[in-house]
Write a protein that binds this ligand. Structure first.
Ligand SMILES: Nc1ncnc2c1ncn2[C@@H]1O[C@H](COP(=O)(O)OP(=O)(O)OP(=O)(O)O)[C@@H](O)[C@H]1O
Ligand SMILES: [Mg+2]
Length: 257
């Protein structure tokens, strides 16, 4: 029987090591991720944040030189084991990138993309998913009269919300976000942050950010990476007010990075 604390975990990463060829990019990472929490990942450029987040839905497998050891347990299954169905995994673990990257298609087709890949064909069902996903990201009111217009005609902030809607349309459990607001203006950034706070009622979110204020505003837990190591993982308030490790303190107070 599992202890009650374990049942709250959606991911349990154990002794994860990752190499790009000879370059040891992630070193002995042990990282539990709790359900319906926002976990922020911070650390200087090149420390392995994007690498780590891309292991969680095995996007990292697209890099041919990658080798991994250890375990990434997702809902109790080690996804580094054999026979992992990547389409199925990515349905449950969606991803949003730094720059909104809508497909050169209509707004509707962008959001319907994932459900269609997963075999949903009925217009009524697709309509429902598209409307719900656009409502979830607070974009519905802005686009409901132009669903067939090209997604690339939206503003940067709208495109990023559209990409989040596209990720939500397959009803994932987990949403991975790699610097989702770094290309956005302050107002659009605020909208995405408000959205994250709403989404965490339903989803588990892992967000990479260079913005300390953002990490402290949106996350429950914060992880500090340095040169491929997870230096410290704790409640966000502890990391920002009373970190255990002097290297974490050095980073958050701006002494390096
Ligand atoms: N495809 C790749 N092939 C080889 N090395 C890579 C590859 N991608 C990343 N790396 C290396 O792995 C290390 C970690 O990179 P990663 O992109 O995870 O850093 P990051 O923390 O996301 O940095 P940033 O804040 O600049 O986005 C870096 O040294 C980087 O050069
Ligand atoms: Mg990165």
């Amino acid at each position: 029987m599992s202890a009650p604390t374990l049942t709250r975990q959606v991911f349990d990463i154990r002794d994860l090591n990752l190499w790009y060829g000879d370059h040891h990019a992630l070193k002995n990472i042990n990282f539990p991720i709790n359900k319906k929490e926002v976990t922020a990942i911070i650390g200087p450029s090149g420390c392995g944040k994007s690498t780590f987040i891309k292991t969680l839905n095995l996007m990292i497998n697209m890099v041919p030189s990658v080798k991994m050891t250890g375990e990434i347990n997702f809902n109790g299954q080690n996804i580094l084991g054999e026979k992992m169905d990547l389409v199925e995994l990515r349905k449950h673990v969606g991803m949003v990138f730094q720059k909104g990257n809508p497909f050169p298609q209509s707004i509707y087709d962008n959001v319907a993309y994932g459900p269609r890949v997963h075999g949903i064909k009925k217009k009524k069902h697709l309509d429902e998913l598209v409307i719900k996903s656009l409502m979830d990201v607070a974009l519905w009111e802005e686009v409901k009269d132009r669903l067939t217009a090209p997604a690339l005609g939206l503003s940067g902030g709208q495109q990023q919300r559209l990409c989040i809607a596209r990720a939500l349309a397959t009803k994932p459990d987990v949403l991975l976000m790699d610097e989702p607001t770094s290309a956005l203006d302050p107002i659009s950034t605020l909208k995405i942050e408000e959205l994250i706070l709403e989404l965490k009622e339903k989803y588990t979110i892992v967000i990479v950010t260079h913005n300390m204020q953002q990490a402290s505003r949106v996350s429950n837990k914060t992880a500090f990476f340095l040169m491929g190591e997870l230096i410290e993982l704790d409640s966000t308030s502890t990391i920002f007010s009373n970190p255990n490790d002097s290297r974490t303190e050095g980073y958050i107070t701006g002494r390096f990075g």
